[in-house]
Design a protein around this ligand. Structure first.
Ligand code: GLP
Length: 259
């Protein structure tokens, strides 16, 4: 795992967008794992602005609320359409989001896993982190070997995501269809982005704490190619910061990004 601390959110976002753009330019047939949430909005805006082509890309989103139709403005289908898919040249047939309104959720979950396998697996998976430590919607106690399935959301998550639901956590769906931690760990590269002081405590637990199903993001420690990119505000509780900064200052890969 590599932890990269940027001076502010704008530079953390710009770094993530740059890494993705570079991968797309090098291998236009990229299989991307995509995430939602406020943190990702600026990443998608930067990718749109870059003008990079998605015409050969296949994408798989992490999760979707159960019970919301793709047209529902609060759904992740809608979020992706608004922030990315309608603004790039991706083939809509290859832009996958879990089917939260499926009648048979277990079948929809199994289909999703099959589609990912058929695409050859995910090359790079973008991740945010919830305040309860989830990646996707893998809430505390999600098996670290879990696959795509339906999952009950915690009160913390429902409160955190209430802004799209009239600020009323009770209106946030109780369940979601999400890739599992095991599914996520099979991506060939992981990039987690977290910004803002509200994420500082959970970032430290995920990166430096014990690997535990209580913090599903801690499973990223098991991945051989994972970058955690944070801003100053999200980095304040990291103990190993001096070393992370030293690596950033010395790794040739990061030369272009040093200020
Ligand atoms: C939701 C998504 C997660 C995302 C999280 C962070 O819960 N299911 O995949 O990581 O939001 O959201 P934000 O970026 O708004 O803090």
């Amino acid at each position: 795992m590599e932890v990269i601390i940027r001076p502010d959110a704008a530079r953390a976002v710009a770094l993530v967008a740059d890494l993705l753009e570079a991968r797309l330019r090098r291998h236009p047939e990229q299989v991307l794992g995509l995430a939602t949430g406020r943190t990702m909005e600026q990443v998608y805006a930067a990718l749109v602005d870059s003008g990079v082509s998605f015409s050969h890309v296949t994408s798989f989103n992490l999760d979707e609320y159960i019970g919301l139709s793709p047209e529902d403005p609060r759904s992740y289908h809608h979020y992706m359409h608004e922030h990315l898919f309608s603004r790039i040249d991706i083939d809509p047939a290859r832009a996958h989001v879990p089917q939260g309104d499926a009648r048979d959720l277990a079948a929809a979950a199994a289909d999703y896993e099959r589609l990912i396998r058929r695409a050859g697996g995910i090359d790079v998976q973008l991740l945010g982190i919830g305040e309860a430590g989830h990646i996707g919607f893998n809430e505390p106690l999600s098996s670290l070997a879990s696959r795509t399935r339906d999952k009950c959301l915690t009160p913390t998550t429902r409160a955190q995501n209430a802004s799209m639901f009239g600020d009323d956590p009770e209106q946030v769906p109780e369940r979601a269809l999400t890739m599992g931690v095991g599914t996520i760990l099979e991506a060939r590269e992981l990039i987690l982005l977290a910004t803002g002081s509200a994420k500082a405590a959970i970032v430290a637990r995920a990166v430096e704490g014990p690997i535990s199903a209580m913090v599903s993001a801690s499973a990223l420690q098991l991945h051989p190619n994972c970058k955690v990119i944070v801003d100053e505000a999200a980095a304040t509780e990291l103990q190993g910061r001096e070393y992370y900064d030293f690596v950033f200052a010395n790794e040739p890969d990061w030369a272009a990004y040093r200020d």
